[in-house]
Design a protein around this ligand. Structure first.
Ligand code: UDX
Length: 434
């Protein structure tokens, strides 16, 4: 049965969740206090790049199932269930800044006139649902009944619409049958397995899952270091490991390390939360160290081959933190650029989607040239680096690339290319762990 849903926050999670809920028939109102964003959405624009999202939003706005507002009160007033999907940015000590969540909880409290279900979708430390409950109770104008649910979101950027429409599981953390029934109804059209648990366990599922995935990547990156020393091939090792169903092949791609707005942040947060609860999560600290070392090792590889980096022209393919996104937050590709620039290299950079988002944080100048076409990046370069796993880089005209370069060094930071094919084109190929 269609429900009236309010979403507070129109970032990655909020906007995609709102659009997908509308797509399955719910009536959704998305609120954001950023006037610019709401004006853009009203004008048919989408503030982020996410495959399939623009069409999804357009279709559901046209069908009258998706609306946008600047007013949290309007979203609260007109909805049975309100989802909080605001940012929870990291603080320098690794803990999470919950001020946006707290502010939204107060705004919701001020607008509550009758029973509502308030759902936390943002990634938050364990016990946040309890704090949200306390805050709403404290700031509510009258004594109103409400329930709080923890319902973490597992979508990946670049695949967000797909992940949301076909989730592996739906986690519902709450106490009491009323919110469980409502949440099950909301998610029924998605036909996914549902786990009903307490709020603390639901909150921990998110941090534990993301930290495990980060661990999996650091594990294969550590194995890659051993493969390099032994002359083995980490892709073959990952393939063989992944065929064990208990392990699985996904998230076993060695590279220049993980980045993005989730893994580094969630890992730091989980370590911090654990320590506040009295457990020193040494294993996860090691995951962080391996990730940092992975970049050091790659930069050394480039330096060892080029001997001197000063005034060397290096082509960098990829700026986004991974494929299929324009997001450069905590991007290993950008960190690599900064490290190379720090040693005096001159960069020619390109990304199929992330040039606009990268420009403010990696300003163009005498040492950084933004190149419109990927195929033109190699021109005049002493070396080329693949920094993001965009599949289209594999289909460049590599024979032409080789001719356009002044030296044939190719560093594949994502193990995207076929070594033998590249060597047959005359490249000196260096991957990660193979
Ligand atoms: C992640 C989780 O996958 C998602 O479930 C959660 O909700 C948010 O965080 P996201 O940050 O969008 O999603 O990207 P993801 O595809 O998980 O990749 C994260 C980073 O790991 C990227 O930098 C990627 O390049 C890197 N990565 C991923 C590897 O280096 N190797 C791999 O095998 C997989």
């Amino acid at each position: 049965m269609a429900k009236r849903l309010g979403i507070i926050g129109t970032g990655y999670v909020g906007l995609v969740t709102g659009a997908c809920f509308a797509e399955v028939g719910h009536h959704v109102i998305c609120a954001d206090n950023n006037a610019g964003k709401i004006a853009m959405l009203h004008a048919g624009g989408i503030p982020i790049y996410e495959p399939g999202l623009e069409e999804l939003v357009r279709r559901n706005v046209a069908a009258g199932r998706l609306r946008f507002t600047q007013s949290t009160a309007e979203a609260v007033d007109g909805s049975e269930v309100i989802f909080i999907a605001v940012p929870t940015p990291p603080q320098p000590d690794g803990s999470v800044d919950l001020s946006f969540i707290e502010a939204v909880a107060r705004e919701i409290a001020a607008s509550l006139t009758g029973y509502r279900i308030i759902v936390d979708k943002s990634t938050v430390p364990v016990k946040t649902a309890e704090k949200v409950s306390e805050t709403i109770r404290r700031y509510a104008k009258t004594k109103v009944d409400f329930d709080v649910v923890s319902n973490p979101e597992f979508l990946r950027e670049g695949f967000a619409v797909d992940d949301l429409m076909k989730p592996d599981r739906i986690v519902i953390g709450t106490s009491g049958p009323r919110p469980v029934a409502a949440m099950k109804e909301i998610y029924a059209p998605f036909h996914a397995p549902v786990i009903v648990t307490d709020t603390s366990s639901a909150e921990l599922i998110k941090h534990a899952a993301n930290s495990f995935l980060a661990l999996k990547i650091s594990y294969i990156n550590a194995v890659a270091a051993v493969c390099e020393a032994a002359g083995a091939n980490v892709s073959e090792v990952a393939h063989g490991m992944g065929m064990d169903e208990r392990i699985g092949r996904r998230f076993l791609n060695a590279g220049i390390g993980f980045g993005g707005s989730c893994f580094p942040k969630d890992l730091a947060a989980f370590i911090k939360i654990s320590s506040q609860l009295g457990y020193d999560f040494r294993l996860l600290k090691e995951v962080q160290s391996i990730n940092a070392e992975q970049m050091d090792r790659f930069v050394s590889k480039v330096r060892d081959a080029l001997w001197v980096l000063r005034d060397k022209r290096i082509g960098v393919l990829g700026l986004a933190f991974k494929q299929n996104t324009d997001d450069v937050r905590q991007s290993p590709a950008l960190e690599l650029c900064r490290r190379l620039l720090g040693e005096g290299a001159l960069l020619r950079v390109h990304d199929p989607r992330a040039m606009e988002t990268a420009r403010p944080v990696l300003p163009p100048g005498p040492a950084v040239e933004y190149v419109e076409a990927a195929q033109d990046v190699p021109v005049g370069c002493d070396a080329l680096v693949i920094a993001t796993e965009w599949p289209e880089f594999a289909s460049l005209d590599w024979a032409k690339a080789r001719r356009d370069m002044v030296a044939p060094l190719l560093f594949d930071g994502r193990n995207l290319l076929d070594r033998a094919a590249m060597e047959s084109q005359g490249f000196i190929y260096r991957g990660v762990g193979r």
